[in-house]
Design a protein around this ligand. Sequence first.
Ligand SMILES: Nc1nc2c(c(=O)[nH]1)N[C@H]1C(S)=C(S)[C@@H](COP(=O)(O)O)O[C@H]1N2
Ligand SMILES: [Mo]
Length: 239
Amino acid sequence: MPVDTPSGEPPKRVAVGRRVFIGIAAIGALGVAFGADVQSFFGNAVGSGLGGLLPGGDRFRIYSITGAYPQISRRKYRLEVSGLVERPATFTMADLEAMPATSFVKTFQCVTGWKVPDVHWEGVKLSDILETVGVRPSAVAVTFESYDRADTESLTIDQAHLADVIVAYRMLGAPVTTEHGGPVRLYVAPMFGYKSLKWLSAIRVVDKVEPGYWEMNGYPVNGWLDGTTGATNPDPRLT
Ligand SMILES: Nc1nc2c(c(=O)[nH]1)N[C@H]1C(S)=C(S)[C@@H](COP(=O)(O)O)O[C@H]1N2
Ligand SMILES: [Mo]
């Protein structure tokens, strides 16, 4: 039940020209289905730092720019990798699962303030995928596309090679659900949640950083959780 509400994620500097739809799927400690108004109140309250006082604390808010949750079966899922690479490739679920898996536990943080501690993630390192296709020397950045045909994201080549940037197929101890961006989403562990694009459809290696959907709406391109804007970033092309 997507809810037509003004953006749950007010932009820092740039006016949002369109509304962001926030679908509500995972709510209530007891599985109680709150009404949309109550939930959007929680969303706003959490964004203003009251999250710990409310029953919705420590829970994922399910976001979808479009209001829809693209349904892609594991059998039909494909990840296209192209651009400035030696061997463009299309990965199936089986291809991804045959690659070395990496897993870790980390607090998930949305830039609006809500966070979920101790989230277990599993998938393939983005760097392993990039190695498989062979990144050309002219590569500067990587862009990501979603099956929702709305969200886009980008990382520099150096960021894309960090060991905790993964193409995730398991989350919270189970296959990534449709609401959370399954069967495959990106998880950029060192950055705020908006970098972790859901329903990942394509990875393109490109020659410049292309700000994604949330960046066009005012969020920093370098969404480091520690708030730095490039100090920990080894790539001077980014700042
Ligand atoms: N395709 C897509 N990916 C997305 C979003 C979105 O709206 N659409 N929202 C982002 C934001 S702002 C956050 S905080 C996380 C939320 O992940 P969740 O919906 O699994 O809780 O997804 C990110 N990835
Ligand atoms: Mo977010």
